[in-house]
Design a protein around this ligand. Structure first.
Ligand SMILES: *Cc1c(COP(=O)(O)O)cnc(C)c1O
Length: 503
């Protein structure tokens, strides 16, 4: 006879686990199936959510039945959430979760390996290593080392730390920035670069003043001549250029910097070239990817985001460096309490995290299910739908197309009588479109976000969503125009009453 399980409030036997698990999967499947027919998001206030989910109560002293708990939660949770899995979700850069990734997270947490060291997660470590190799292969990047992290910010920060350790001519890990004896490390990035770079410069002790913001050409891509002049000026002043960041798909407009030209500048001057490909790097996998984008292969490091264009459930980012050893040289320590075999792959030595979850599994499963060809089809499909939206916007008499690149389209509502001279009405149009965005985000019909392009407030639709169909895209212009006309009429009425504050 086997001894009975220890009595523990969290213990669950196999029969109960199966019963609760099956019931939960049934509930989730039904709720997910209902998403497309419902609103993208519901207009609710913090207090409505707290009431619905009982989120104001103190920590319960007594526990409760887990079956009851799980039966009650999914409904209200779905009812008070925004669905990035909705076919009409076009906001920010947030993908729907691949169903196999959802199941993969379940399996990963059931196994619960600590993927900090090989010995604590043997199969998980090997799966993560293959996931990194597959990601690199998909985008055509010659990978040395890499690892999965929480997202694009962390992946970029990891690469910046690797660049700093490789480039500083003194032992920056021991002496810090101060040990440079006044030699200042400087980094270069275009004005369209995502805010990760400020956080990275800040938390690494470089300070945001070490960032040179390089101007862009009118297409919002880095001006490489301006980059060269900035580097020359810093060198002449005795500073140490250590990093140039190129963006493969900017967060605002999807613009791809001239990565090949930037790589040439970095090679000639021996500066680490990092590509922020959090959003756009995976588009390098599609056959008609631009030469600028494919030149990401020339970088020293790259950050990509599987929770964007690989449709992995949050969170999954990936940092990859060209040179084997570059991550260990930036992150490894060998404390007496870890006796890991050095010839084995111990991810604790590759990044800032110590204990690490099995976030590779959901990515690996999705890559296996879809294959490279499946991903090329889905990504190309998203890009084609974005082009379709741009065409529809351009044909619409009350919409102005501003940009289209990769799968991001930006545009704004312009009343017909202002079309002839939009510049004269920019201030009004900015206020109008800001109100329009607010109305759209609360309305639940479609979800878009915004961009500011050369001072013009734009609506921004990003399609990283394998649920989106042509009819979803075709619905956007009429919905935007209807809300735009209503808000325009309201604003004009308010202005003519002299009551400008209420808009
Ligand atoms: C999304 C994004 C980031 C940040 O990635 P997170 O996953 O949100 O941390 C950085 N750079 C670019 C270009 C992005 O699109």
């Amino acid at each position: 006879m086997t001894a009975p399980l220890r009595e523990a409030p969290l213990a669950m036997d196999a029969a109960q686990f199966k019963a609760l698990g099956h019931a939960l999967v049934d509930q989730i499947a039904d709720l997910l199936a209902a998403v497309p027919a419902g609103p993208v998001t519901r207009d609710c206030t913090p207090s409505m959510i707290r009431d619905a989910l009982d989120l104001s109560s103190p920590l319960p002293e007594q526990g409760m039945d887990p079956g009851e708990l799980l039966a009650r939660l999914p409904g209200p949770l779905f009812a008070h959430s925004l669905f990035n899995a909705h076919p009409r979700f076009f906001g920010y850069i947030t993908a729907p979760p691949a169903p196999i990734g959802v199941l993969g997270d379940f399996l990963a947490s059931a196994l619960n390996p600590n993927v900090g060291s090989w010995i604590l997660g043997p199969a998980a470590t090997e799966i993560e290593a293959q996931t990194v190799r597959w990601i690199a292969q998909l985008i055509g990047f010659p990978a040395g080392d890499g690892l999965l992290v929480t997202g694009g910010n962390m992946a970029n920060i990891v690469c910046l730390v690797a660049a700093r350790a490789a480039a500083a001519p003194w032992d920056v890990r021991t002496g810090g920035i101060a040990a440079g004896g006044g030699r200042e490390l400087v980094a270069y990035a275009s004005r369209e670069t995502h805010t990760w770079i400020q956080k990275a410069a800040d938390i690494c002790g470089l300070g945001t003043a070490s960032i040179r913001w390089i101007d862009t050409t009118p297409d919002l891509r880095m001006d490489v001549g301006a980059l060269e002049r900035a580097i020359d000026a810093d060198v002449a002043a005795g500073r140490l250029p250590f990093l140039v960041v190129g963006t493969a798909g900017s967060v605002s407009t999807g613009a791809v910097d001239p990565l090949g030209d930037i790589a040439a500048v970095c090679r000639a001057r021996r500066i680490w070239f990092h590509v922020d490909g959090a959003y756009g790097a995976f588009a390098a996998a599609v056959p008609d990817a631009s030469a600028d984008l494919r030149a990401l292969a020339e970088a020293d490091s790259i950050a990509v985001d599987p929770h964007k264009w690989l449709y992995a459930p949050l969170e999954a980012g990936c940092a990859i460096v060209r040179e084997t050893g570059a991550l260990r040289r930036a992150f490894a320590y060998h404390p007496p309490y870890y006796r890991f075999e050095e010839q084995l792959l111990n991810f604790v030595e590759y990044g800032p995290q110590n204990s690490r979850g099995f976030r590779a599994l959901k990515v690996w499963l999705a890559l296996r299910q879809a294959g490279a060809s499946g991903y090329r089809r889905m990504i190309a499909g998203d890009i084609a739908l974005s082009g379709r939206l741009a065409d529809a916007v351009e044909r619409h008499a009350e919409l102005e197309l501003l940009t289209q690149s990769l799968s991001i389209t930006t545009f704004r509502y312009v009343p017909r009588d202002m079309r002839q001279d939009v510049a004269a009405h920019d201030e009004y149009l900015n206020r109008l479109n800001a109100s329009l965005l607010e109305a759209l985000q609360h309305g639940g019909e479609i979800f878009v976000s915004n961009a500011v392009i050369a001072g013009r407030y734009a609506l921004r639709a990003c399609i990283v969503n394998f649920h989106t169909r042509a009819e979803d895209v075709d619905a956007v212009p009429p919905i935007v125009a209807a809300h735009g006309a209503r808000i325009d009429a309201h604003m004009r009425a308010t202005i003519s009453r002299g009551d400008v504050t209420s808009t």
